[in-house]
Design a protein around this ligand. Structure first.
Ligand code: ADP
Ligand code: MG
Ligand code: ZN
Length: 476
């Protein structure tokens, strides 16, 4: 088999979180009663005129500036004509010539290091409605008609399915940080069409590409691309050729199937939208938008490494979302021990959030409670083992650790005399094992530690238990 080079370019749609739609004042809501957020403009009634939503432009510009793209101070809207039941106007207002943004890069971290994915263009457009099919009827919900979308198109520079995964992951993270979208692919707030071609290593011209649609998770995009890449390579290896076409990913079957070929693909007859003026933007306004760009994920991660002296891996995990990053910073500040804050959040706390599928903001454990827990371990009030049980109780009841420690009498036993008594009792109850130990079965030491811990309901300070046992067993 020959070696192949893979080439992928993504077209990504991001739903912008505006209060109203892009060309009318209907609400931009995710789950409203079907057809309640509509008006003559978004239903495409003759004579109704669109008026551009400034907020949508602002959010789009925030993204373009954040990825270092160039904003066109004078961009144009265009009509993209096609017929579809959920597109009552018969055209979509989009941008074609002179789009709002071009170039810019998004950084991903591959196994070979940092890579910059260059963007081809970024533009604004309106979304279409949604069809849904019940047992004996087909229905259309026009609520989504005219909601704002940001389309991000990459250059054909993505080299494998995993890089596409990493890029989407980063874009989701970016739109969340920039507070322009939920980025939730399952809910359609982030959508991706993937263009892919392969060519034998060394061949100069690109191979024929296919466009794969219908993936509804980031992992789904990676799976669809892996499948499509093998399909294309197998075709070429068998002496066949790839047909330029649009293919649909079938997640349950794990394969792509032809949707339409190039011959059937629509000619959109783009022309400038006559009902909208050219979009002129002032530099001062763009400067103001620039000011609203927060610290971005990779910068934040680097700062965490520098400032809190935590490993890059930890910092990467803790900056997955801005909410999690804030949660960590607040905990670290309150307990004064960033490494412990990181440990507890990355294990116990994140596990609870994952189990409940919630974000830090929805968690009933405020950073102060995690910080107090860490302080209780550090000052010897409780053991790390008991602390884990306390976390479970904190999650169940929302109570503060101090309250739980007091209510259940969980303070660690650090009184040597009390531990010695427990040790003596364990010896009395286990004369056989004690004899075996003295006969040379050293590994029974751990057994005694365990017995003392059981006797003290896990509350004895483990360090002291070890010390006292050593003293009594070996120190004679
Ligand atoms: P179209 O107008 O048909 O959508 P574009 O030039 O806008 O085509 O490209 C769409 C996407 O396809 C871009 O992300 C681009 O990087 C990608 N692309 C273009 N050529 C190829 C190719 N030969 N292989 C893979 N991806 C490609
Ligand atoms: Mg396209
Ligand atoms: Zn409307």
């Amino acid at each position: 088999m020959r070696d192949y080079e893979i080439i992928i370019g993504l077209e990504i749609h991001v739903q912008l979180q505006t209060r109203t739609k892009i060309f009318c004042v209907c609400k931009n809501e995710f789950q409203a009663e079907p057809n309640t957020n509509t008006c003559p403009v978004c239903l495409g009634m003759p004579g109704a005129l669109p008026v551009l939503n400034k907020k949508a432009v602002e959010l789009a510009c925030r993204f373009i500036l954040a990825v270092g793209g160039d904003i066109n101070n004078n961009s144009l809207f265009a009509r993209k004509n096609y017929f579809y039941p959920d597109l009552p106007k018969g055209y979509q207002i989009s941008q074609h010539e002179r789009p709002l943004g071009k170039s810019g890069t998004i950084r991903i971290e591959t196994e070979d290091g940092m890579k910059e994915i260059m963007l081809q263009g970024i533009h604004l457009e309106e979304d279409a409605g949604k069809s849904f099919h019940l047992e004996d009827s087909s229905n259309i919900d026009f609520n989504r008609c005219g909601t704002p979308l940001l389309e991000i198109v990459t250059m054909p520079v993505i080299k494998n399915a995993h890089e596409a995964y990493l890029l989407l992951y980063r874009i989701r993270q970016l739109v969340q940080y920039l507070e322009i979208s939920s980025g939730d692919m399952e809910k359609g707030a982030l959508r991706c069409d993937a263009n892919v071609s392969v060519r034998p290593q060394g061949q100069h011209e690109y191979g024929i590409r296919t466009e794969v649609k219908n993936m509804n998770s980031i992992r789904g995009v990676e799976r669809a691309l892996s499948y499509e890449i093998s399909r294309q390579i197998n075709l070429l290896e068998e002496g066949g050729f790839v047909v330029q076409e649009t293919r649909l990913w079938d997640e349950s079957m794990g394969r792509t199937d032809t949707m339409r070929t190039k011959e059937e693909s629509p000619d959109y007859r783009y022309f400038p939208e006559p009902d909208l003026l050219a979009l002129e933007l002032e530099d001062d306004w763009l400067e103001e938008i620039k000011e609203t760009i927060p610290e971005l994920p990779l910068e934040k991660r680097d700062r965490f490494v520098r400032e809190y002296k935590i490993p890059p891996y930890d910092a990467g995990v803790l900056t997955i979302t801005p909410q999690l990053a804030n949660y960590f910073e607040e905990t670290a500040r309150l307990c004064g021990n960033p490494k412990q804050a990181s440990n507890w959040i990355m294990t116990e706390i994140m596990k609870i959030m994952k189990d409940r599928q919630i974000s830090p903001d929805e968690l009933n454990i405020p950073p102060k409670n995690v910080a107090d827990l860490i302080k209780s371990i550090e000052n010897g009030t409780i053991s790390g083992k008991i602390a884990k049980e306390i976390v479970a109780e904190m999650a169940a009841s929302g109570k503060a650790p101090g309250e739980i420690i007091e209510a259940h009498g969980l303070e660690q036993i650090t009184d040597k005399k009390v531990i010695e008594q427990a040790v003596e009792q364990v010896f009395r109850e286990n004369p056989e094992n004690l004899k075996r130990y003295f006969d040379g079965q050293d590994k029974l030491f751990g057994y005694f530690v365990g017995q003392v811990m059981i006797k003290t309901e896990g509350k004895a300070n483990p360090h002291l238990v070890n010390e006292i046992l050593k003293d009594k067993l070996d120190g004679r």
